[in-house]
Design a protein around this ligand. Structure first.
Ligand code: URA
Length: 434
């Protein structure tokens, strides 16, 4: 059957068979189907959607377009965690070492930041010497020896997704739930863990602006994972304001280290309280979320979680002294404080705008290839709905130049306002099956 029949079938609202979907993926990856025909199919999927069976077939075809990591030699239930992205989201940097310290093997492949969102790999590279490129054997033996490794996606992981994502980016087909779900889950399935905990964000600082769509995306990803035989959990996180105070690569790692020392900001603590029990129960350490949270707290208070982070840094050739000496992180030459021009309550009206400040400072990417400055960032001194008095410092900006600091300050001031009345707080996080 020719590919044009597949395009016409989806265009007319039909359901594609597993064979049609697999022929599409193998044909595209081998170069047999041109971009213009795939673009037409993507648009038909965007407009007409897919049912869960089609999404699962698409995901598996994409996962199987490259190598599937074999983690069987690592004892225990290997858990991966995925976030759909956000501003100031340093959850992985904290949750992964805590979970590892509780006995959950964490074998994680992470991505880089793009646009207004940050990425775990960039954050880890703020640690001098830290390498995110391990061979498969090194990755596996590190998880066996230390319980935790975080690396970049290998080149052979789901090559179909790389091609399709690049095409979606230029054909107006990124914001499609079937395409997002299959893109994320194909990489997670190929990464080889036994369980996946999804952190699906929504709000002005997330990919999904509304909570309903975030829940729909989460439910589809849970369904795909379960059909593939994986243990799946999902939490929904509000991203209408940045998480914690720090936004920027070095300063987010510092905030994560502080959290591992027991000094997490309240909103970061609340996220941990929901996500860590999911990771620890998914890893089979206990069935009880309450017990899991107790174990997580003990791992922090005993110093074991910090030790786990230190072991990962050492194993991945980073300088572990950063844990005790933050001056070893890349330092920016310019600091600029932003003051309140009136009294009232701080409202974050555009969380993505605050993420964009970091991009303006050179700490975020416009294109995937761009090199970024790991020292720059913005620290919010007052959180959403916090009381402010005229002249209070709202934020501190770390920049390469006065000019970039001023641009970031202006963007920050466009993203917040000071209201007379206290705004409603954001609903932070909940498990999907609660
Ligand atoms: N992240 C992905 O990996 N794929 C998408 O389509 C969207 C976000």
């Amino acid at each position: 059957m020719s590919f044009i029949h597949t395009i016409e079938k989806k265009r007319d609202g039909g359901k594609l068979t597993g064979k049609e979907i697999r022929d599409f993926i193998t044909g595209y990856v081998s170069g047999g189907i041109p971009d213009y025909q795939v673009s037409a199919l993507l648009m038909a999927v965007y407009l007409n959607g897919c049912d869960n069976e089609e999404i699962f077939e698409l995901t598996m075809a994409m996962a199987e377009s490259g190598d599937i990591m074999d983690l069987k030699s690592i004892p225990g239930i290997k858990v991966d965690k995925h976030s759909t992205g956000g501003v100031g989201d340093k959850v992985t940097l904290i949750a992964a070492p805590v979970a590892a310290a509780c006995g959950v093997p964490v074998a994680k492949m992470s991505g880089r930041g793009l646009g207004f969102t940050g990425g775990t790999l960039d954050k880890l590279e703020a640690i001098p010497g830290f390498s995110v490129s391990l061979t498969e054997d090194e990755f596996i033996s590190q998880v066996k020896n230390t319980g935790l490794a975080i690396i970049g996606q290998t080149k052979t992981l789901a090559p179909a997704d790389k091609l399709l994502y690049a095409l979606r980016d230029v054909t107006g087909t990124v914001e499609s739930i079937p395409l997002i779900a299959s893109s994320i889950m194909s990489k997670k399935i190929a990464a080889g863990s036994d369980a996946i905990v999804l952190e699906v964000t929504h709000g002005t600082g997330a990919f999904m602006k509304d909570e309903e769509k975030a829940c729909a995306l989460a439910k589809i990803m849970l369904d795909i994972g379960r059909r593939a035989g994986l243990k799946m959990k999902a939490v929904i996180t509000d991203m209408n304001e940045p998480l914690g105070h720090a936004i920027g690569n070095s300063i987010e790692v510092i905030e994560a280290i502080e959290a591992l020392k027991g000094n997490a900001p309240p909103d970061v603590y609340e996220v941990m309280e929901v996500i860590l029990p999911e990771i620890i129960t998914a890893g089979g350490v206990t069935d009880s979320r309450e017990k899991a949270w107790e174990l997580a707290c003990e791992a922090v208070s005993s110093g074991k979680a910090l030790e786990s982070f230190r072991n990962m840094i050492e194993a991945q050739h980073g300088d572990p002294d950063v844990i005790d000496d933050y001056s070893l992180f890349p330092q920016s030459p310019v600091k600029l404080e932003v003051y309140a021009v009136r009294s009232g309550y701080l409202c974050v009206s555009d969380c993505a705008g605050i993420g964009e400040c970091v991009k303006l400072l050179g700490g975020g990417r416009v294109t995937k290839e761009q090199k970024i400055d790991l020292s720059v960032g913005l620290e919010m001194k007052i959180k959403h709905s916090g009381r402010v008095m005229k002249g209070d410092c709202l934020a501190e900006i770390y920049a390469r130049s006065d000019h970039e600091a001023e641009s970031a300050k202006n963007r920050f001031l466009e993203s917040v306002n000071i209201a007379d009345d206290e705004p409603a707080g954001n609903r932070l996080i909940y498990s999907l099956d609660d």
